[in-house]
Design a protein around this ligand. Structure first.
Ligand code: FE2
Length: 454
């Protein structure tokens, strides 16, 4: 016959597996139910229940929560109020003393003594004051109810000084009293279940904390986005001829990034980079920015300070997105190395900066400036064709054209280009072929095929 120790080892193996499952699947209730069945089965106990004690985190909630029940009267749902004094009493019972053996002396001794001294439940009822009197001890309040349900033992479960719950057990099917070995098994298994409850609570708290953190993070992001918009508005106010430029560059950058398959975070980051790309203009003289004529070389070099100045302004800020300062710094770099401030070439320029470059140029071409009216779409296409490879990256131009084509084709519901360019700028009948033609020219496969046949 299997010894108690063997039973314990087997049961623990099963419990350990279940514990793992709890961590993996969160099927906590199933773990507790199975644990109770294992405990009852191991020692051939007729009935039992496991209740979770109220957590100290919610002091207003004093009631236990039923986790598992087996073999007690039909419709019996054990539920107890755990007052501070009860908690203290239970915690003292399990105060790490090995001698305690899981037998709750205070409440059970009250049950036992009443059974011993009285004649059954009549006698118990006599000595029990009204249930719900919170000044009475736990045993006094609930002994009748528990006795009537055939519960003989209460084993408090505590982890790190916190009462996690109670295991309620009836007598053994054989009618024999619990042996010291039995109590050792009960105590060990109760401890294991208690840890399971504790872990479950911790996981719940961690989840709650994660939700809270996420909310705080979202709040911070919202504040950051508002600040960025305020910055963009400040830039655009200073540059009176290009009002809304920063915002549009942000939107074009976002569209291109999405078309390139960037993740949602990166797309947001690109919008921010677009909003902030000209932030360095805040340090450039207003007269130069607003000059109603083409500026001279000296003024031009003053104006050209703005990408580096933008980098200086943005670098000390902790941005929730990568490389925002670099995208501001390099939005006037060119593929052929003739840009500024550093004269970087192709692969040296971050992709994000290349996106902002195109968004910036496209908006510059399609909005009226003090010294020139905006270009027609045909002219823009010519410019893109001419400057792709030297100023713009073909990958970025391709993504931009594809996104615009999708809107003109009606493949996208949003009319973002239309909103930014105005009603009469685009003409789908004329512009779709232009875009398709340019896309075919930019397509490396088409180019390779053309070179092969040449
Ligand atoms: Fe700029």
């Amino acid at each position: 016959m299997e010894s108690n120790t063997q039973k314990l080892i087997h049961s623990f193996g099963a419990l350990a597996d279940l514990g793992q499952e709890v961590a993996d699947s969160g099927d906590f209730m199933e773990m507790v139910r199975t644990s109770l069945h294992l405990l009852l089965g191991t020692l051939a106990i007729r009935r039992g229940a496991i209740v979770e004690s109220p957590t100290h985190l919610l002091p207003e909630d004093k009631s236990t929560n039923l986790l598992a029940v087996w073999g007690v009267g039909e419709n019996y749902q054990p539920k107890f109020d755990v007052e501070d004094a009860d908690r203290e009493m239970f915690l003292n019972v399990t105060d790490g003393a090995v001698e305690v053996l899981g037998l709750v002396q205070s409440p059970t001794s009250s049950v036992q003594s009443q059974n011993r001294t009285g004649s059954g439940s009549d006698r118990v009822e006599e000595v029990i004051p009204t249930t719900g009197d919170s000044s009475a001890t736990f045993g006094v309040r609930y002994a009748t109810e528990l006795t009537q349900q055939g519960i003989e033992l209460i084993i408090p479960m505590a982890v790190r000084g916190e009462l996690t719950g109670l295991v309620l057990l009836g007598g053994k099917a054989s009618g024999e009293p619990f042996s010291a070995d039995d109590l050792e098994v009960i105590k060990s298994m109760a401890r294991h279940i208690g840890v399971g409850i504790h872990t479950h609570r911790l996981l719940g708290e961690v989840k709650q904390q994660a939700v809270e953190n996420r909310r705080l993070y979202e709040d911070l992001r919202a504040i950051y986005r508002d600040t960025v918009r305020a910055f963009a508005a400040a830039i655009d106010i200073k540059d009176k001829y290009t009002q809304g430029h920063s915002e549009r560059v942000g939107k074009y950058s976002e569209i291109i990034a999405r078309e390139l398959g960037f993740g949602e975070e990166e797309v947001e980051g690109m919008a921010i980079a677009g909003y902030l790309h000209d932030v360095g203009k805040l340090v450039v003289e207003r007269d130069i920015i607003n000059a109603p004529y083409r500026i001279d070389a000296k003024q031009s070099s003053e104006l050209n300070r703005h990408p580096a100045a933008g980098f200086e302004i943005l670098s000390p800020i902790h941005h929730p997105y990568a490389d925002i300062p670099l995208m501001a710094k390099y939005h006037h770099e060119r593929m052929d190395g003739r840009g500024y401030p550093d004269g970087l070439t192709d692969t040296q320029i971050p992709l994000g900066a290349k996106i902002v470059t195109l968004a910036d140029s496209f908006d510059a071409m399609t909005t009226d400036r003090p010294y020139k009216t905006r270009r027609t779409f045909d002219e823009v296409i010519i410019d893109l064709r001419h400057n792709t490879g030297s100023q713009f990256d073909a990958i970025v131009v391709t993504a931009f054209c594809r996104a615009l084509l999708k809107e003109l084709n009606g493949e996208t519901k949003e009319r973002r280009f239309l909103k930014m360019l105005g009603k009469n700028y685009l003409d789908a009948t004329k512009d779709i072929p232009l875009l398709k033609e340019l896309l075919a020219e930019l397509d490396p496969n088409t180019r390779t095929a053309a070179a092969g046949t040449a």
